[in-house]
Design a protein around this ligand. Structure first.
Ligand code: G6P
Length: 605
């Protein structure tokens, strides 16, 4: 949420910053801006909307200079406008900010009373006024920034640039991620490794409370007490930070298509060929655990909801799941025998990170299932289980979701084995079912024309209802989320058995009901609910297998999926759900990869 970048370069930096912002645009695209120092003078350009608009501004009014900062915004305080776009400037200082300054109202009142004029509605602007005032009191840039940091409450990653200081950047991290990049006679800072990948593969991740002074010669880092500290340099895999659409029209299309190979990569990482057991991480033994607690947000939370069924069925262990923003504030009952699993594609979601911090030291073990192994959540959990999905850029999560599902399924298998709840033969059979996933996913992906046809119908509706039972209930929740995220069609999901407790009042011929129902032990029950819909003239779109289609009666549309083993059915039904959302979005002409108001990495509460 908001991407920031800073460069002390040896060449003109504006084009390089613009390019880095392009790689950070998944964090927000409400507005963007760049500030540079040229011949000692601080100058900035800003534009609302996508980065392309800033690029156009720079064509008309180029920015010179070898030092600069840049920002792509996801609006929190103040509408997307040029005035509210970052960098913000007051006098000699410009700042870019990711996060929220929680005490900005008090600070703004004090500064206004002291005569400061505010040009924006943002929380960020207090930072530049404070710093400029500190400079006015005779402090140098480093001391002025430090004095400002001492006044701020909330979550922030900041970069400061000063007029007259072409070889100085100051960075600070408090609750929002920030990495320092090391170059040859150049230094960088950025919100993530992807931003800095073309410039350097050597990164230092700032820890909570750190602030750093960068010159072209290097960086000095201080902790929150102001003591100089050494932070390690991590060499990142630049290949893994490379992003392109590989010929697809959208990142989402590419990421959906990658799922068979991602699933295969997860299997290769965690299931040794010569054994019949998942080779899951060392140092986690579920044998003595009392309970599994899973916490996440958004799509990752839906993966946890599916996994609850697996852990309970395969390992007979009590499982609690919660949305991170609720979990952290409800004072949950925790025990020393709990294993807490946090799930996050980005590894930076503020609420999930806070939930992890809340349980640290109070439970037996914390596990992080993450896609970005250098992320804050990965660095703070006891055990990291990477999901190996590769960079996911489309805001709507697809391949990360199915990779999360698989890692959690393998953990459930390990849990079952650790607790002697599963015979080796049973585990081996389930692993063989798991090995079949890439094959059937490819088949399902190939049915594009079917999804397109149905999505055209959904695309004309204002509301869509999704129903499922058992694991298909959280899968229905995920299907509804995908559709509303990218097509802006209002979509809701219910456990099919809940239909009669409210949503049935909505059924009429204008409300399509998408039913996810493989021919499993719950199928007949779901068919009864479907009949209740059809009796009230609700059009039904059924996702099922051949046997299910034969027993379902006359639905409006049916997608016949391959028959797959019950335990891996969520992998089969994830694909049509994504495809229907994608094609409905295409039919409505929305922005698939960067849907309005959303951001990929949610680093504020
Ligand atoms: C945002 C994204 C979702 C994602 C959620 C949790 O809402 O748009 O796709 O599922 O955050 O993100 P995480 O990185 O923690 O999985």
């Amino acid at each position: 949420m908001c991407g920031i970048i800073g460069i002390l370069g040896s060449h003109e930096v504006a084009p390089v910053i613009l390019d880095a912002l392009r790689r950070l645009e998944y964090r927000g695209y409400d507005s963007a801006g760049i500030a540079t120092i040229h011949e000692g003078r601080l100058e900035l350009r800003r534009a609302t909307g996508k980065l392309m608009n800033l690029s156009d501004v720079l064509v008309c009014e180029p920015l010179r200079g070898k030092a600069g900062i840049g920002h792509t915004r996801w609006a929190t305080h103040g509408a997307p406008s040029v005035e509210n776009a970052h960098p913000h400037r007051s006098g000699r200082v410009a700042v870019v900010h990711n996060g929220i300054i929680e005490n900005f109202r008090e600070l703004r009142e004090e500064l206004s009373a002291a005569g400061c004029r505010f040009a924006s509605e943002t929380d960020t602007e207090v930072i530049v006024h404070l710093t400029d005032r500190h400079l006015g009191m005779g402090l140098g840039p480093v001391e002025a920034a430090r004095a400002t940091l001492a006044c701020l409450k909330g979550a922030f990653a900041l970069a400061f640039l000063f007029e007259g200081e072409g070889d100085l950047l100051i960075a600070a991290r408090h609750g929002s991620p920030l990495a320092i990049g090391h170059g040859e006679g150049e230094m960088y800072l950025g919100s993530d490794a992807i931003a800095l990948a073309p410039m350097t593969n050597r990164l230092t991740y700032l820890e909570e409370g750190d602030w750093a002074v960068l010159t072209r010669q290097g960086v000095t880092i201080h902790d929150s007490q102001g003591s100089p500290v050494q932070r390690a340099i991590t060499v990142i895999d630049v290949e893994n930070a490379r992003i392109d659409k590989a010929g697809h029209r959208h990142f989402m299309a590419k990421e959906m298509a990658e799922q068979p190979s991602v699933i295969k990569a997860v299997i290769d990482h965690y299931v040794a060929e010569e054994t019949e057991e998942p080779a899951m991480p060392l140092g986690v033994d579920f044998a003595t655990a009392d309970r599994v607690v899973m916490v996440a947000c958004g799509t990752a939370f839906h993966a946890c909801q599916v996994a609850k069924y697996w852990f309970e069925q395969l390992a007979r262990i009590p499982v609690e799941i919660d949305i991170a923003s609720e979990f952290r504030y409800r004072d949950p009952v925790l025990g020393e025998g709990d294993i807490v699993i946090v799930v996050s594609q980005s590894g930076e979601t503020a609420d999930t990170l806070a939930a992890l911090r809340h349980v640290a030291g109070r439970v037996a073990r914390t596990l992080a299932v993450v896609n970005v192994p250098t992320s804050s959540i990965a660095r703070e959990a006891d055990v990291v289980i990477p999901m190996h999905a590769g960079p996911e850029i489309g805001v709507a999560s697809t391949k990360a979701f199915t990779a999360q599902l698989l890692v959690l399924l393998l953990l459930a298998l390990k849990c079952g084995r650790d607790r002697d709840r599963m015979e080796p033969g049973h585990c081996a059979r389930l692993l063989s079912d798991i090995r079949s996933i890439p094959g059937f996913m490819s088949q399902i992906l190939d049915r594009e024309a079917d999804y397109e046809r149905i999505a055209e119908v959904l695309g004309e509706c204002d509301d869509v209802l999704f129903l499922g039972r058992g694991v298909m209930f959280p899968m229905a929740l995920e299907a509804a989320l995908k559709l509303k995220e990218i097509s802006y069609i209002h979509a809701e999901a219910y456990a099919a058995g809940e239909l009669k407790h409210g949503p049935i009042a909505l059924i009429d011929k204008g409300l399509p009901v998408v039913v996810l129902a493989p021919r499993d032990g719950l199928f007949e029950k779901t068919v009864s609910n479907m009949q209740e819909v059809m009796a009230r003239h609700g059009p039904v779109v059924l996702l099922t297998d051949a046997e299910g289609a034969a027993g379902a009666g006359a639905v409006s549309h049916c997608v016949v999926l391959p028959e797959v083993p019950e335990v891996v059915a969520p992998f089969a039904y994830a694909v049509p759900a994504q495809m229907l959302a994608y094609h409905a979005a295409l039919a409505r002409g929305t922005d698939v990869d960067q849907p309005r108001n959303l951001a990929k990495s949610v680093t504020v509460e």
